[in-house]
Design a protein around this ligand. Sequence first.
Ligand code: ATR
Length: 280
Amino acid sequence: MSAALDTYCVMGDPIAHSRSPWIHARFAELTGERLSYEARRVPLADFADALRRFALEGGRGCNITVPLKREAARLSHTRSERVAQAGAANTLVLQGGRIHADNTDGLGLVADIEQGAGVPLAGRDVLLIGAGGAAAGVLGPLLARAPRRIAVCNRTAARAEELVARHLGSAKLSKTELLALDQQALDADFDLIINATSSSLSGGPVPVPARVLRPGALAYDMMYGPPAQGFLDWAGAHGAVSRDGLGMLVEQAAQSFLLWRGVRPPSTQVLSELRALLAA
Ligand code: ATR
């Protein structure tokens, strides 16, 4: 008789669209790891119960997505430095009745920019648009790569200022100039522009002027599929190289898989397969 499979899941609401079960099933196949991974729709009000139930069933780990990331950080017994800084978690490790929270979103973004797009962050000028959960999850790992400058620009200026204030210690360590820039007074240009807003979901336009794009700049949207298209078209029309967040999705999953299994999956191969699948 074979031993029961180690079980993992992704929790969020909505969850039907999630590609995580497919990605982790492919990682498991390609690395020979024996595990199961499913999607569970969990509204915020049910999250604590759902987590308890999953732990009692013997669950080994979860990915956490919208709208549960902040609560995941709060409910956990221990947190990585990345979670403490982001105030949000996307990866939980369940062991011996205890929950450890980590956040692999920023590592996924950095890996996709540096390896996927081939743009090393060290010494670059970066514009991070947005100051919500998505931006907060990636600022620490971006700073750790020692860019020359990161400007954070947000519709609500006070949120950008608060996010910057929370990261000044990390900026000092990496010798990065970190500042909040007013959306109206944005007249500098950048090597890398990262869209971490949800503006496109409400049909909003790209929230910055095209002059922020230095010639040949990389314009990165953390979303993928139809919500990213407007930003990618805008970047292309103004001479920038554009990239959606599908690689970030696969890379953050790879980092979670590594945390859970101690094995690094072949993320480049899985990203090409997923692109082909979505294009079909
Ligand atoms: P998420 O977890 O996706 O980051 P969030 O915490 O609600 O979600 O943050 C959404 C981000 O998108 C915020 O930076 C928000 O700006 P505000 O802080 O001013 O709300 C930004 N955003 C959403 N809709 C926008 C729009 N139409 N124009 C510009 N920015 C927008």
